[in-house]
Design a protein. Structure first.
Length: 143
């Protein structure tokens, strides 16, 4: 799961997807990263932590990091939150097979960045949760 700073959207996506994976007994390894280095080593934004906690998910132990070339080897899929991050991650891809792993989390829609508007964290949580549920349906053929 990738966004710009790895403090708002991608930590939520990591937490939600890991929670759903665990709930379905899938054993998936989920991680998140950012394309910008402003928050490396920090925890997620307190508003993301609160939104996740409101839904019974604890993301407070996550640590922000940059996306790495090795992520293309270690992960089967790389989901990004918006078209800017899609472009940046695709530019990093070490080949066509790696680039094929990269997709927008919501298919052809973007997850808006809630950073500048406190009231957007809950709607963003709901969008990400919907996207994660769709991914689980797609890859497990569950309803």
């Amino acid at each position: 799961m990738v966004c710009l700073g790895n403090i708002c959207r991608s930590p939520l996506a990591e937490g939600i997807m890991q929670h759903l994976s665990d709930e379905h007994g899938l054993g998936w390894k989920i991680d998140s990263a950012g394309t910008g280095n402003w928050h490396v080593g920090e925890g997620p934004d307190r508003r993301s932590v609160r939104a996740a906690r409101n839904h019974g998910i604890d993301i407070s132990g996550q640590v922000c990091r940059l996306i790495r070339i090795s992520d293309f080897e270690h992960f089967d899929h790389i989901f990004v939150m918006d078209k800017y991050n899609l472009r940046d991650v695709l530019e990093m891809a070490p080949g066509e097979d790696a680039a094929a792993k990269v997709k927008l989390l919501l298919g052809n829609r973007e997850v808006p960045d809630p950073y500048y508007e406190d009231s957007q964290f809950e709607p963003v949580f709901e969008l990400i949760e919907m996207g994660c549920k769709d991914i689980i349906k797609e890859f497990t053929h569950q309803e």
